[in-house]
Design a protein around this ligand. Structure first.
Ligand code: CP
Ligand code: NVA
Length: 301
């Protein structure tokens, strides 16, 4: 079986660390990679949701690795007219060499991986966003020297894919993670049960307490893709968790602010904080490219 990256939950800690190490080489050797691990290969990017960073970083990474990418918008495939995933998977499996998938249900991603027989990479599902958090860890390593012993505070919607991937990363690597979110925006029960008590992971509904002493203040949109019908409630309920100067003042002096982007200024982050930390945030976005290469390399090696 080819190697897939379906979640951080299922990624072994050693593999996670190896991906971060490879990403360092990918960044320092951009434009002069010694190997072209995807030479002669065609990879499909099957996306059911919008994307800027993930799409572009994977397309560029595949090209710089000697391969070709096909952007397959789910709406434009017969999938959008009701062709089952299991048939789509078997067709794509006979033509392509790998798949990068952005979709809703994690089970759809798993079905694609199983029935296509291809290496499949999770480019975001409702459950997880593993490539994002790999890039975030890489960025923290660059900006703070290491993520070891650091305190990461995620503020906002604690129930969506990004904090869940953060939780699995913290469970595997042992750094301190605080999820600052209202009680009804905590990660899904399934995740908490599977996780069990972890001394380095905590949940805090008081945003001021959550931020205190943080080395990294991290946020994500309040209205994830697919949750648009809940927009008004979310914007009202998550307001106290906005990353602003007042909360940032409670973090450790010199704390960095990260945002997976896209950002909605005035909601999860203020214009002022985003612009003051733009260098870190756009380095984080750039690092998606270097880390995607390391993920592709992990899948085909
Ligand atoms: N952060 C992120 O995944 O961005 P896109 O939705 O633009 O890919
Ligand atoms: N939680 C967000 C991440 C966007 C990159 C979403 O799922 O829309």
């Amino acid at each position: 079986m080819p190697r897939s990256l379906l979640s951080l939950e299922t990624l072994h800690a050693d593999d996670l660390l190896a991906i971060l190490e490879t990403a360092r080489t990918m960044k320092s050797e951009r434009g002069r990679h010694r190997e072209q691990p995807l030479r002669g290969q065609s990879w499909g990017l099957l996306f059911s949701k919008s994307s800027t960073r993930t799409r572009v970083s994977f397309e560029v990474a595949i090209r710089e690795f000697g391969g070709e990418s096909l952007f397959l918008s789910a709406q434009d495939l017969q999938l959008g007219r009701g062709e089952p995933i299991r048939d789509t998977a078997r067709v794509l499996g006979r033509m392509l060499h790998g798949l990068v998938v952005r979709t809703y249900a994690q089970s759809d991603l798993e079905e694609l991986a199983k029935l296509s027989g291809l290496p499949v990479i999770n480019a975001l599902t409702d459950d997880e966003h593993p490539c994002q958090i790999l890039a975030d860890l890489f960025t923290i390593g660059e900006l703070l020297g290491t993520w070891r012993g650091k305190r990461v505070c995620y503020l906002g919607d604690g129930s969506c894919n990004v904090p869940v991937s953060w939780i699995w990363a913290a469970a595997k690597l042992g750094f301190e993670l605080v999820i600052g979110a209202p009680g009804n925006y905590r990660p899904p029960e399934r995740v908490l049960l599977k996780l069990g008590p972890q001394p380095n992971i905590s949940f805090e509904s008081d945003p001021r307490a959550a931020v205190r002493g943080a080395d990294v203040l991290y946020t994500d949109v309040w209205v994830s893709m697919g949750k648009e019908a809940e927009s008004a409630d979310r914007i009202a309920e998550l307001r106290p968790y906005q990353v602003n100067d007042e909360l940032l003042a409670l973090a450790k002096p010199g704390a960095i602010v990260l945002h997976c982007l896209p950002a909605y200024r005035g909601q999860e982050i203020t214009h002022e904080v985003l612009e003051a930390h733009a260098n870190a945030i756009f380095t984080q976005a750039e690092n998606r490219l270097h880390v995607q290469k390391a993920v592709l390399d992990y899948c085909v090696r």
